[in-house]
Design a protein around this ligand. Sequence first.
Ligand SMILES: *[C@@H]1O[C@H](CO)[C@@H](O)[C@H](O)[C@H]1NC(C)=O
Ligand SMILES: *[C@@H]1O[C@H](CO)[C@@H](O)[C@H](O)[C@H]1NC(C)=O
Ligand SMILES: *[C@@H]1O[C@H](CO)[C@@H](O)[C@H](O)[C@H]1NC(C)=O
Ligand SMILES: *[C@@H]1O[C@H](CO)[C@@H](O)[C@H](O)[C@H]1NC(C)=O
Ligand SMILES: *[C@@H]1O[C@H](CO)[C@@H](O)[C@H](O)[C@H]1NC(C)=O
Ligand SMILES: *[C@@H]1O[C@H](CO)[C@@H](O)[C@H](O)[C@H]1NC(C)=O
Ligand SMILES: *[C@@H]1O[C@H](CO)[C@@H](O)[C@H](O)[C@H]1NC(C)=O
Ligand SMILES: *[C@@H]1O[C@H](CO)[C@@H](O)[C@H](O)[C@H]1NC(C)=O
Ligand SMILES: *[C@@H]1O[C@H](CO)[C@@H](O)[C@H](O)[C@H]1NC(C)=O
Ligand SMILES: *[C@@H]1O[C@H](CO)[C@@H](O)[C@H](O)[C@H]1NC(C)=O
Ligand SMILES: *[C@@H]1O[C@H](CO)[C@@H](O)[C@H](O)[C@H]1NC(C)=O
Length: 481
Amino acid sequence: MALLRQTTLILAVTFLLGAAAAVETELLRGFTATPSRSDSVFQPILRDPTGNFSMGFLRINGSGLALAVVHVASSEPLWSADLADPARLSDRTELSFNGSLVISDPSTGVLWSTRTDGDRVVLLNSSDLQMQKTDPPAVLWQSFHFPTNTIVQNQNFTSNMSLVSSNGLYTMSLGDNFIGLYANFERGKEQMYWKHGALEARATIVEGAGPIYAQVNSDGYLAMYQNSSTAVDIETFSSFQKAVDSFVLVRLEPDGNLKGYYWNGSEWVMDYRAISDFCELPSPCGSYGLCARDNDSCTCLDNHTEPHSGGCGYGSGDLCEARTYNVHFRVLRRSGVELPYKELMGYQTVSSLEQCESICESNCRCWGAVYNNASGSCYVLDYPVQTLMSVDDETKLGYFKVISETGHRGKGYRIGFGVGVSMWVMLGLVVVGAIFGFGYYRRWRRRRGVSAYLEEANKVSPGPYKDLGSASFRSIEMSSG
Ligand SMILES: *[C@@H]1O[C@H](CO)[C@@H](O)[C@H](O)[C@H]1NC(C)=O
Ligand SMILES: *[C@@H]1O[C@H](CO)[C@@H](O)[C@H](O)[C@H]1NC(C)=O
Ligand SMILES: *[C@@H]1O[C@H](CO)[C@@H](O)[C@H](O)[C@H]1NC(C)=O
Ligand SMILES: *[C@@H]1O[C@H](CO)[C@@H](O)[C@H](O)[C@H]1NC(C)=O
Ligand SMILES: *[C@@H]1O[C@H](CO)[C@@H](O)[C@H](O)[C@H]1NC(C)=O
Ligand SMILES: *[C@@H]1O[C@H](CO)[C@@H](O)[C@H](O)[C@H]1NC(C)=O
Ligand SMILES: *[C@@H]1O[C@H](CO)[C@@H](O)[C@H](O)[C@H]1NC(C)=O
Ligand SMILES: *[C@@H]1O[C@H](CO)[C@@H](O)[C@H](O)[C@H]1NC(C)=O
Ligand SMILES: *[C@@H]1O[C@H](CO)[C@@H](O)[C@H](O)[C@H]1NC(C)=O
Ligand SMILES: *[C@@H]1O[C@H](CO)[C@@H](O)[C@H](O)[C@H]1NC(C)=O
Ligand SMILES: *[C@@H]1O[C@H](CO)[C@@H](O)[C@H](O)[C@H]1NC(C)=O
């Protein structure tokens, strides 16, 4: 018995050593790998010279699969391949290198490819995954040019890149002279909710002198540069100039905040938040929520509803298809409300509340309007209503459309029939109506993809990609208090 156990142990140790040895420091043409059936969350394939970083298969919440570069000590993903549809974990998913790094599946074909003609794949000690040509030496592709939701120290974030939060709702990108954070509450509409430009005191950004780029520095700051090595602006972290000599990163979180962290040797310590006030996040209480700044608590715009994880639970739909789909809305009014990032929204100056409301009422692309009775400003929301802030000022008035009924499948599709029409004709019309209706319904379903996603993203059991952020970064969120 004892001998058997010892043998098993030896076998296990041999296996583990074998597995460790299988982690390469470079991949050459002809390399292939498949996901193992083991229970481990991360299966390393390629490591950097220091062993701090590794590239391999990352299981997302047990079901999905990603190709990711992780920080080994914390298992935090720093980059992952942008698979439109994260591959299901299967024995048949294959990673190969034939000049391109390719993820493929026999049933669905190529899922992702670097589309290069390189000689080797290496992971640098900066966590940059590179596809290199050896003669003459050249870098054909690098993960630093395709960030996911994170940039690490010394990685250049340029104007042709963007960060996307793991739930797909928020993005970060650069403007001519600023860093912007945007919410995608409605497909094709990006609403900026945070903007950081250069401070007057620093070297100013010269128009036409070339694009800017941003970089996070291990001294604890996020810098913007233009054409020189002198930063045109720096946004400091709490560890700034405290000689915390450690690895730093900046990540766009699923709540839309941009956070900075450093690795203190045992955990990630949060030391920067772009938005420090909870109520100023893009949608802290979800749709139709109301955020109280005194105590950071959430209620609903409508006093009768209790907020839950997805917001205040009103229906969604497209107000512009009201006639076809029998979409009705009712109006919800509330005083003492303000938009969290109104300084980044456009407004019109009108002479009365009625005028402000009528601008919105007659426009099916408008979901609501907030009117300031003191200044006459009328802010129109061209995306589904998100969280508003409560203010102790009854002259700030909100008008919101709430979808009260959505018809599906040609409900409300009018089939005219008069006296004398035979039953057969009626039946024929019904069938034709149903076919058309279903076609419309499918198109409508496709169009409302983003709002459906929004609902999904707010639910407790999210899609696999979201989990990459929420589940794996729990340690960070916890350490940040
Ligand atoms: C990298 O490894 C060194 C030595 O093991 C360690 O001191 C350092 O904290 C590691 N860095 C990161 C970012 O994990
Ligand atoms: C995903 O992870 C969350 C939190 O760990 C868990 O509650 C949920 O059940 C998991 N979902 C699946 C499909 O495994
Ligand atoms: C590598 O494999 C992919 C997928 O099979 C293929 O599309 C591509 O042409 C191959 N590249 C080279 C250089 O052979
Ligand atoms: C990372 O690699 C660069 C050059 O390849 C080297 O100069 C640097 O010292 C290395 N850093 C660490 C922490 O190993
Ligand atoms: C970032 O950009 C600067 C200036 O163009 C360059 O010197 C540096 O090598 C770049 N860093 C990386 C990691 O590409
Ligand atoms: C972005 O632009 C830089 C040059 O400014 C280029 O080297 C890089 O390949 C571009 N990245 C992408 C993803 O197009
Ligand atoms: C950057 O460009 C501006 C405008 O062209 C120029 O005035 C400035 O001298 C440049 N700085 C450097 C370091 O090249
Ligand atoms: C890292 O931070 C945590 C929490 O802030 C602390 O408990 C731990 O001692 C720190 N580790 C080091 C090595 O400083
Ligand atoms: C938070 O403050 C608001 C008033 O600003 C109050 O109505 C609400 O009850 C408070 N909520 C909690 C949980 O204390
Ligand atoms: C909700 O309650 C507040 C005070 O508690 C009141 O001012 C407001 O009019 C109510 N709103 C609605 C829509 O009932
Ligand atoms: C709005 O302002 C007008 C005059 O400018 C005033 O008569 C009216 O009472 C105000 N309404 C509210 C709700 O404060």
